[in-house]
Design a protein around this ligand. Sequence first.
Ligand code: 2P0
Length: 332
Amino acid sequence: MTTPIRHATATAQPNIALVKYWGKRDDALNLPAAGSLSITLDALHTRTHVRFDDTLTADDIALNGRHDATQSRKLGAFLDLFRARAGITTRAHIESGNDFPTGAGLASSASGFAALAIAVDHALGLNLDQRELSILARRGSGSAARSIFGGFVEMAAGTRDDGEDAFATPLLEAAAWPLEVVIAITAREKKTVSSRAGMDRTRQTSPYYRDWIAAVPADLAAARAAVRSRDFESLARTGEASCLAMHAVMLSARPGLIYWNAATVGCIQCIRELQRGGTGVFFTIDAGPQVKAVCLPDHAARVVEALRGVAGVEDVLPSGLGAGARVVEADA
Ligand code: 2P0
């Protein structure tokens, strides 16, 4: 007897960390060595359709219309976590697409695993709560735990070996402090060193790794307080410091990890100039060359225009803050 085909579609948006995550305390369970704090965007989306099918002998996974054996293995292992909970072995068809460049420092794994977790949970009727979904999304990608939620989100490192206390929680809704993010795209290629490999190299070889991890809790406390009191200046100071400290520890790995290009530096200098002129803006940069300028809503147009003028900037994407991962279509 075959079980009915169960399917669901979910969407999720990437998040941008203002207090950065870079380093793990456990590779197998993908546990972060320190907490992080992020904002979920509203302008970039992953949309993922999942359909469990008893006639399949292997998962059939297409990402942006392409089948990739390495990605399929990773996603298959992620699906196994949900299959184990549902007590099934049924394989699935998955189609997932992004409306933004994948693997170029725009947090596609965050929105990707968050959307997949929500879609699979719904398709299998598991009805897991958001904490459990955040824990499971983390197994796919540390940053995905944060994209389960919208607005301002904090990820806890936790202390338990089983990782059951390493999940994200919402801090403040997007509408309560509607900051804007202007993303300057400076390259569209995939990065050459993945976040996972880069974190591993940093932990193993940087002489500053322990100091970097030890400094995160103070930045988290400062950023959390800044979010709660809507103190943009304070969030800007902490956000830039956390970003630059992360890139400093990346640079100090052996061999050093250099995710920036010339236009990345051009954008930083442009943002510093805007700040000197009184614009409410600060930068943050992830494991890639794109620059994310976080700004006060009234200043966003000025930031868009200035970043468009930086040599090497290919495109500029403005975004507000958005909602967490959610089901958009499912079986009746
Ligand atoms: C962050 N990044 O906090 C940091 C800043 C990139 C730089 O989270 O290994 O794809 O899957 O847990 O989540 C990117 O790393 O890494 C990331 P894994 P992930 O947003």
